[in-house]
Design a protein around this ligand. Structure first.
Ligand SMILES: CCCCCC/C=C\CCCCCCCCCC(=O)SCCNC(=O)CCNC(=O)[C@H](O)C(C)(C)COP(=O)(O)OP(=O)(O)OC[C@H]1O[C@@H](n2cnc3c(N)ncnc32)[C@H](O)[C@@H]1OP(=O)(O)O
Ligand SMILES: CCCCCCCC/C=C\CCCCCCCC(=O)OC[C@@H](O)COP(=O)(O)O
Length: 271
């Protein structure tokens, strides 16, 4: 073929490759949301038949229905530290939060009678919002700290009255900067108010397979490390800051240990 014709083809090829991986990124994200919406639609009547309304037991339905989703995306989830979840009674799980994909890891290890704290906007997310409400998810308004605090104080009582475990994302928002954000205090006040242990859980960095800015979503491995529980018996609100600092430092060490050293999106945060 004439070299003049080869040139545009050679230029077109990387463009096609780029668009195809970008296309795949959007397609996979769209499929993820659509599939979760559909699963939730199917799960809602199951929840209603099982428990007749809002009940933490409905989390079992979500857990069972979400487990296969990782296979669509070629994701392996490797869990270590199972023994640290074998604690009787209520506790607070804290974990880092990178993306809505965290739900896949959560559902691999979610203990019985465990629900979560989420931003109130999630309740409006169609069928997903409804199934979250049915599963006892506690919604907080992050813009109104005083409201969020009183909802969490109520949650501390409910945890004890109904023997419920709560999963909180202490970074308070999604974060994929290759490090942990500083922690908000809610999870630690909650654990101290209820006098229950904290079980830290760390998700390895998704930057090796999922890059939001670069529009990359490949297959890969998520390592989930469950750390030993931290007791809060006898602690008061005075101890919350040091409890938060200790948890942050333990989780950050584990995060760096289990995450592949790959080029980071924005570079690690300095603390
Ligand atoms: C069938 C198939 C279905 C398919 C679909 C399935 C779908 C889903 C399945 C379920 C899974 C759902 C997963 C959902 C994930 C959603 C995750 C999120 O939404 S993350 C965002 C929401 N979560 C959080 O924000 C929690 C963490 N935030 C906090 O803890 C914050 O502290 C706060 C929101 C309570 C307050 O915010 P802010 O004011 O910015 O925070 P601080 O700086 O920490 O606090 C200011 C001062 O207030 C004190 N404080 C904080 N909390 C309390 C408290 N509870 N009691 C008393 N005092 C409190 C704090 O100490 C600070 O004071 P200081 O003097 O500076 O110490
Ligand atoms: C306004 C609607 C809220 C968005 C939800 C979109 C629809 C989601 C549908 C299917 C996805 C599967 C389950 C996802 C559940 C997890 C939701 C989530 O991860 O919310 C983000 C929140 O933790 C932090 O939000 P910001 O990073 O502060 O923003």
């Amino acid at each position: 073929m004439d070299v003049v014709w080869m040139l545009p083809l050679l230029l077109l090829f990387p463009l096609l490759m780029w668009t195809s991986s970008t296309f795949l990124f959007y397609f996979k994200k769209f499929f993820y949301v659509a599939w979760m919406m559909l699963l939730a639609l199917l799960g809602i009547p199951v929840c209603l038949l099982k428990s007749g309304g809002r009940d933490v037991e409905n989390m079992r339905v979500i857990r069972a229905m979400v487990r296969h989703v990782k296979y669509f995306f070629g994701l392996r989830i490797e869990v270590s530290g199972w023994e640290h979840l074998q604690t009787v009674g209520p506790y607070v799980i804290i974990s880092n939060h990178q993306s809505s994909l965290d739900v896949l890891g959560m559902m691999e290890i979610l203990p019985d009678r465990c629900t979560t704290i989420a931003k109130k906007e999630l309740v409006y997310a169609g069928t997903v919002g409804l199934i979250c409400w049915l599963s006892g998810i506690v919604f907080i308004n992050r813009k109104k700290t005083s409201d969020a605090k009183s909802v969490m104080a109520d949650a501390a009582k409910t945890m004890l009255d109904q023997q419920i475990r709560l999963w909180v994302f202490p970074e308070g928002t999604r974060n994929q900067n290759g490090d942990l954000l500083p922690f908000k205090k809610g999870a630690f006040h909650l654990a101290v108010q209820a006098q229950v242990p904290i079980v830290p859980v760390v998700f390895s960095s998704y930057n090796s397979f999922y890059l939001r800015k670069e529009k990359q979503f490949n297959s890969g491995t998520i390592k989930l490390k469950i750390l030993p529980k931290i007791e809060t018996k006898g602690m008061t609100s005075e101890d919350v800051s040091s409890l938060s600092d200790l948890s942050h430092s333990l989780m950050r060490t584990a995060f760096l240990e289990i995450s592949d050293s790959v080029p980071q999106s924005n570079g690690p945060l300095k603390h």
